[in-house]
Design a protein around this ligand. Structure first.
Ligand SMILES: [Zn+2]
Length: 169
């Protein structure tokens, strides 16, 4: 585990354009991201600062700041993609559980985004649940090769799931 450089990250998020809109637009400063899935409605990427192997983010393409502003149909459409991402991450990584949490902050990154966070057998209880998402406790330092490998595994799992379920992906 390595230290997460909060100050640098928060400065970029606060002072730059919306991170998730930048990801949706494939802007220049996010070209190093690993996209796992995208369609006209939503996008899935690997988290660049993962606390767990396979940590992914799901967000709507449109800049939406509150779940309560979504109509039910749109909310459920987003949930369906979160659900498929959970299944793909589990299949790709062999996780024993996969957490989801819709976070965001008006002070930092208001564009709604779901954290999809796998945890693995043997993870101590004190590192599970909320602590599994807490980047201040340290983040995994992947090589680019490892990022590419996990991205490939999750994308492969998404395709496999799509073959079994024609309704999504
Ligand atoms: Zn946005």
């Amino acid at each position: 585990m390595g230290r997460f450089e909060f100050d640098k990250y928060h400065k970029r998020i606060r002072e730059g354009p919306c991170l998730f809109c930048s990801l949706a637009n494939h802007d220049v400063d996010v070209t190093q991201e690993h996209y796992l899935y995208e369609d006209e409605f939503a996008i899935v990427v690997l988290d660049r600062y993962p606390t767990q192997y396979g940590y992914s983010l799901v967000f709507p393409r449109q800049h939406v700041e509150q779940i309560f502003l979504l109509d039910t149909e749109t909310y459920l459409r987003l949930q369906a993609i979160v659900h498929k991402t959970v299944k793909a991450v589990q299949l790709a990584t062999g996780a024993e559980r996969v957490y989801t949490a819709c976070l965001g902050s008006q002070l930092l990154s208001p564009h709604i985004h779901y954290h999809v966070v796998p945890i693995f057998p043997g993870l101590p209880l004190e590192d599970q649940q909320w602590n599994a998402l807490d980047k201040s406790r340290g983040v995994l330092k992947y090589s680019e090769q490892t990022f590419s490998e996990v991205a490939t595994k999750i994308m492969y799992a998404m395709k496999k799931i799509a073959g079994e379920d024609k309704d999504h992906f």
